[in-house]
Design a protein. Structure first.
Length: 299
């Protein structure tokens, strides 16, 4: 039965043809779910006014619902940003803790090394401050409102800094890291430029290197390979394979495996940062070959 047939049947029945004009029937109708009533004789001006009122109320209700949804999404995004920020802060914090321990337990070390360690602690502190100041950037990346201002970044020095800041993690698993440019070992004079933002590049590769360290079997080595053709390719390889159950959602939020303290935000935020710099990120994995995460950036 369609709406027209309903109207015909209602009008054909004396009991449902119209509502009588008394308080009892008005109350009964409202209790049944009616939102308003119109009494006879019908006045078109009153009908129009009431229809306009209900249309305004409907629009206001819909707008309120949309704002409530937006507020909930905003609160969730901010919570996600806080998770990502806490996750990313662990990398420079490792440097602060590691160099502080060296200063404490090796008091007889030469002055030049002590000064260098102190400078590394200060640099890591400023890095954490920058991350806190830019915590809203992740929120903007998620909402597609991040403003990207590319500069020339010497990515080789960024990668060396990432490796230095994860020294304690590497030592704890007896791992080594090789950095290669076009399959050749890096020498002191080498440089490698990309287009990006310094802080984003650091956070991006700190997440990926830390992830590779955690996934790698002990006493193995991690290889970071830089290459440049049409675009810049930076790959990070470790001997561990990504578990099959998370391969299809490796870059999704909160996806983790076999980590008691993992947040599942490292690869997710790395993907956000790569794409925010007009780049992309992919991976290859197998039990035989291990895992290679590949980042493409502009040179």
């Amino acid at each position: 039965m369609d709406g027209y047939e309903v109207c015909k049947k209602l009008k054909a029945n004396d009991a449902t043809r119209s509502m009588q004009n008394d308080d009892e029937n008005e109350t009964f109708g409202l209790e049944l779910g009616a939102v308003d009533y119109i009494t006879k004789p019908i006045k078109s001006s009153i009908v129009q006014a009431r229809v306009k009122t209900h249309l305004k109320l409907k629009r206001a209700y819909e707008e309120l619902e949309e704002k409530n949804i937006a507020l909930k999404e905003s609160a969730l995004l901010r919570e996600n940003v806080d998770h990502i920020l806490r996750h990313d802060l662990k990398n420079p914090l490792n440097a602060v803790i590691g160099y502080s321990e060296l200063l404490q337990y090796k008091p007889c070390i030469q002055v030049s090394k002590r000064i260098k360690w102190a400078m590394n602690i200060m640099e890591a502190g400023y890095q954490m401050l920058d991350m806190i100041n830019h915590s809203l950037d992740i929120y903007k990346m998620e909402t597609g409102t991040y403003q990207y201002y590319p500069n020339s970044v010497e990515i080789l020095s960024v990668l060396k800094k990432v490796v230095a800041d994860t020294k304690n993690l590497l030592t704890s698993k007896n791992l080594s890291v090789d950095i290669l440019i076009q399959n050749k070992p890096v020498i002191q004079a080498d440089t490698f430029m990309v287009q990006g933002e310094q802080l984003l590049c650091y956070s991006l590769f700190a997440n990926l290197v830390k992830n590779a360290i955690e996934a790698s079997p002990e006493a193995e080595h991690i290889t970071i390979l830089l290459d440049k053709k049409d675009t810049v390719m930076i790959s990070i390889h470790n001997q561990g394979a990504i578990p099959k159950e998370i391969r299809d959602k490796f870059f999704d939020k909160y996806v983790t495996a076999e980590k008691n303290e993992g947040t599942g935000l490292g690869t997710y935020s790395a993907k956000l940062m790569a794409e925010a710099q007009d780049g992309s990120i992919h991976f290859e994995t197998s039990e035989e070959m291990g895992t290679t995460v590949i980042v493409f950036l502009h040179g």
